[in-house]
Design a protein. Structure first.
Length: 376
């Protein structure tokens, strides 16, 4: 597939490209690439039928997820371990409501995906940040602080992001095992958001392979550019947890698929492996291009990350808080990126840039960034 091809997403109800005509959108996490031909063909066939009634979740859906997890990530699960849900975030919100009480602590390892905070706080729970240690342009877990947070009487859940957004960090098996041991010690449930697991430059370890008493959530949405289709799978190998989740997601009415979710997911997992490999190679190339450009032409530093198509960039030598810089960047240089403060945990010194676009688009964005740094 030609990932260099540009697609005009203006006036298509795109959240990402709901910007002015002269602005370049490199913020929210979706890709500017067409889905695989297999996915598009499957959806065309669905559309040709022209009937979009209520849908079931067929055995084939579970079978392809099981195959994908074992082939791609060396994780063996059974059909009974899996639950369909219409999104990772709806699943997380539902699980928070079911497994924690109002005013209890949900721990996050910040800086982290900003919607985690709203999931927790909108449900009346308290965010406790286990701030990651930033050192030599990469992140490490502060295990001493994590144990302190877990030991608090009101701490009942750890919301993990692996691979990590925004840094792109893939937690090692050793790190995950230590997290699991500490959470078991203090009776804290781990919920692992693994939505970025298939966009990576090295193998990631599913938390479910470490801890069978956790809840993990995967989705084809990021890797196969299906965010608007709304499809996710909850992995719960513990029967008691799984039964409670089933009640929660059905109570919240988020367990039924839309007309395209199952069709697109099966086509992704079963028929789009080569496409994904090609996307990963293209993103790796874009990352190398961006890192070399940024560190050669600005005083910014790229954080070392192994996953996602997002780049987390250290702006400390430019400014103490990037909120003003991001506003300046958009207003004066027409580049729309994500300000780091929304991810908390010291994120105000960073910016996040989405490089899942054609090389020409990425290069244009980098040039605008360079010009902004010179004139800010």
């Amino acid at each position: 597939m030609n990932f260099d091809k540009k697609h005009n997403r203006f006036n298509t109800n795109s959240l990402k490209w709901n910007v002015k005509k002269d602005e370049l959108a490199m913020w929210v996490a979706d890709m500017d690439f067409q889905c695989s031909k297999a996915i598009r063909d499957a959806l065309y066939k669905k559309i040709e039928l022209g009937i979009f009634g209520y849908e079931i979740i067929p055995k084939d859906y579970y079978a392809c997820v099981i195959e994908w997890l074992e082939d791609r990530h060396k994780l063996k699960v059974e059909k009974k371990d899996l639950l369909f849900c219409n999104g990772v975030i709806p699943a997380i919100s539902s699980i928070i409501r079911r497994f924690t009480e109002v005013a209890e602590n949900v721990i996050v390892q910040s800086p982290v995906y900003n919607v985690f905070y709203s999931c927790i706080e909108n449900n009346g729970r308290k965010v406790v940040e286990n701030k990651l240690i930033y050192k030599n342009h990469k992140y490490e877990i502060d295990f001493k602080d994590l144990e302190k947070a877990l030991s608090l009487p009101q701490s009942t859940m750890l919301l993990l992001c692996n691979p990590h957004n925004p840094s792109g960090k893939i937690y090692t098996t050793k790190e995950l095992q230590k997290i699991s041991d500490l959470c078991k010690k203090y009776g804290v449930l781990v919920v692992s958001d693994e939505i970025h697991c298939d966009i990576s430059q090295k193998q990631y370890t599913p938390f479910s392979s470490i801890d069978k008493d956790c809840i993990s959530i995967i989705s084809p949405s990021k890797a196969f550019n299906l965010a608007g289709i709304h499809s996710a799978t909850i992995i719960a190998q513990n029967e008691i947890l799984r039964n409670k989740i089933k009640i929660a997601i059905n109570t919240d009415e988020i367990a039924e698929p839309n007309s395209f979710a199952i069709t697109a997911s099966i086509a992704a997992y079963r028929h789009s492996k080569k496409w994904l490999d090609d996307v990963n190679a293209y993103i790796k190339s874009n990352k190398e291009l961006a890192k070399n450009f940024i560190e050669s032409n600005t005083n910014l530093k790229v954080v070392q990350g192994e996953a996602t198509y997002l780049m987390w960039i250290d702006c400390e030598k430019l400014c103490e808080n990037t909120d003003i810089f991001c506003e300046y960047l958009r207003k004066k240089h027409k580049l729309y990126i994500s300000k780091g403060s929304i991810y908390r945990g010291g994120g105000e010194k960073f910016i996040r840039i989405n490089i899942a676009s054609s090389k020409d688009t990425v290069l244009e964005g980098l040039k605008r960034l360079e010009k902004a740094c010179l004139n800010f």
